[in-house]
Write a protein of this length. Structure first.
Length: 291
């Protein structure tokens, strides 16, 4: 558990998964103060008001954010916890979701919520889950599975975080890599899978897998492993923009004066070997510098 000196605010939040056929109602978050939330898709919802029932709160929030009148069908059997860091505090949220449906011939009334950039209906199979907030992503998947709506096996969200590290070892005249990936598969009891692959470039990799129930646990572990790599002298050569630790990655990738691709790392090893009278043959692998 990570300690912080900042005050912590605990929030109880409800969201609504409004399904109409194979389409779900989504809102685009508008929050400049929090870059990891800004311009991300999510289910409509918000905080409970004093003495308000969760079922009442979710219907009210959907109306305020989207203009649609809805009713609760069922509670989604999943609780999501998350936290956000602001300049003045840490916010920790407990999020529950309800499956909802449009009420009667509910029309759409335009709303003016400064936190919502836009409101759309999206086919479940066509949602850009990589641009969707954790929690909302899981809730949509669960409701979709309940109704027999499947997500294609090749959808990019199933392997949505890739981080590449490299280190040159001048003593052994070799270049080492460390690849860290996070995969999401809701057909598994522990849907979040961290896979690590490492070794010398050109050699067979060593592999290790770890599974987690919640993304927050997987993200914290991902961050621990990434910090360990930097302490051991590795540099970040590429990473996915949708990684759950992208804020940390942006900060530490920028701290390096030179962002090296796999090809550049192997070229540096070649130059070192040439200067020391070694063979210049090396196993270079080209990459575009983005996972």
């Amino acid at each position: 558990m990570r300690k912080t000196k900042q005050p912590i605010k605990n929030l109880n939040i409800v969201v609504g998964c409004v399904l109409d056929g194979d389409e779900v109602l989504l809102t685009l978050r508008d929050e400049d103060a929090q870059h990891d939330l800004h311009l991300m898709w999510e289910l409509p919802g918000g905080k409970l008001e004093y003495r308000e029932l969760p079922q009442q709160a979710v219907v009210r929030e959907i109306k305020e954010e989207t203009g649609y009148d809805t009713e609760v069908v069922d509670m989604v059997p999943h609780v999501h916890t998350t936290h956000w860091q602001y300049d003045d505090c840490m916010q920790q949220a407990l999020i529950v979701a309800f499956e909802c449906r449009l009420r009667g011939d509910s029309g759409h009334e335009e709303q003016d919520d400064h936190r919502v950039r836009s409101v759309v209906w999206k086919k479940v199979s066509e949602i850009d889950y990589l641009s969707m907030l954790p929690g909302s992503r899981e809730f949509v998947w669960m409701v979709a599975q309940k109704h027999g709506i499947d997500i294609p096996n090749d959808h990019p969200v199933r392997n949505y975080s890739e981080i590449e590290f490299h280190r040159i070892d001048p003593k052994k005249n070799e270049s080492k890599y460390y690849r860290l990936s996070l995969r999401l598969d809701f057909n598994k009891p522990k849907p979040y899978m961290i896979q690590r692959a490492w070794g010398r470039i050109g050699a067979s990799p060593q592999l290790l897998k770890e599974a987690y129930v919640h993304e927050q646990s997987a993200s914290e572990r991902l961050l621990e492993i990434a910090e360990e790599r930097l302490k051991k002298g590795y540099i970040i050569t590429s990473y996915s923009e949708h990684s759950p630790i992208r804020g940390w990655l942006r900060k530490h990738a920028k701290s390096h004066t030179k962002q090296m691709t796999l090809f550049e790392v192997s070229q540096d090893v070649t130059e070192y070997k040439s200067k020391n009278g070694k063979s210049s043959k090396t196993n270079g692998i080209a990459t575009n510098g983005a996972a």
